[in-house]
Design a protein around this ligand. Structure first.
Ligand SMILES: C[S@@+](CC[C@H](N)C(=O)[O-])C[C@H]1O[C@@H](n2cnc3c(N)ncnc32)[C@H](O)[C@@H]1O
Length: 264
């Protein structure tokens, strides 16, 4: 059985080294996709800051280990947190740690495979997994999570999905992504003028063009952050800025001055 480090975040081999050495949880019966290595507390604290976790929000920690991330979000931020882990020993430890911290009512733990966990209701997801596991989770994150939801990962990225933020904390890399709305397609814009806009999308990166009076005009400064979309179009030599909020197949202009519907 592994000896647990305490919440202080003693110096521990990063997960990469453990994986390279081929060390696994020898006594664990379930087939784990990731070995157990805890996140140092300084990194936990910064992950939760980057996730902007707030009181009352629902925080999900995938592969929760001894529960330190979920317990911290409940104890320090007032979140309602759920940790899932496939190892029953970790689940017992996590529940004991939640009890010790006095947050058993808000930090709960389930013996569950992270790939079978419903992630759609989470306001923030944290994880310390492996590159291959992150990439396997990526389509589910993009499909099931609300635009604007924050994903924070310790140590590993998500392949070609560029993080919205990345930083080093005591030598560990932390990544943060904001789930983008899906905006690809052709949109009919109604406002002081009516025209169509065609948008191409790769994660949060968007580009496209407007079709105005038979002329194709490229979108300038196009941006997408969660459900917030923005772009500029030069019409008759005048720059027009569009900012709106995406809601499924509709976009509402920030000040109701325009709206758009996606063509079916
Ligand atoms: C690197 S540890 C991270 C622990 C904790 N989140 C932290 O950062 O301190 C990964 C955890 O994922 C768990 N795990 C591995 N495969 C899993 C799976 N398929 N479903 C749920 N948990 C899994 C392991 O038991 C381990 O506790």
């Amino acid at each position: 059985m592994q000896v647990l480090s305490r919440f202080s975040g003693a110096s521990l081999a990063p997960l990469t080294a453990v994986v390279l050495l081929g060390i696994t949880t020898a006594s664990a019966q379930p087939r784990l996709d990731v070995p157990y290595v805890p996140t140092p507390q300084e990194v936990v604290d910064r992950m939760l800051q980057l996730g902007k976790v707030k009181a009352g929000q629902f925080h999900l920690d995938l592969g929760s280990g001894d529960g330190r991330i979920a317990v911290t979000s409940a104890a320090k931020h007032g979140a309602r947190s759920l940790g899932v882990d496939l190892n029953p020993v970790r689940i017992e430890e996590a529940r004991a740690n939640a009890k010790k911290a006095g947050v058993s009512d808000r930090a709960t733990f389930e013996l569950k495979n992270l790939f079978e966990t419903d992630i759609g209701k989470a306001d923030i997801v944290t994880m310390y997994l492996l590159p291959s596991v992150n990439i396997e989770l990526r389509p589910k994150i993009l499909r099931d999570m609300w635009p604007g939801t924050r994903i924070v990962s310790h140590a590993f990225d998500m392949g070609d999905w560029t993080p919205d933020h990345r930083e080093s904390v005591i030598g560990r890399t932390v990544y943060m992504w904001i789930v983008p709305a899906r905006v690809e397609g052709r949109w009919t814009i109604e406002g002081s003028r009516n025209f169509t806009v065609t948008i191409q999308q790769k994660y949060q990166e968007i580009s496209g063009s407007a079709d105005i009076d038979g002329k194709s005009i490229p979108l300038r400064d196009a941006s997408l952050r969660g459900a917030e979309i923005g772009f500029a179009i030069d019409i008759d030599g005048m720059p027009y800025r569009f900012q709106g909020i995406v809601n499924g197949d509709q976009i509402g202009g920030r000040r109701n001055e325009w709206r758009a519907a996606r063509a079916k």
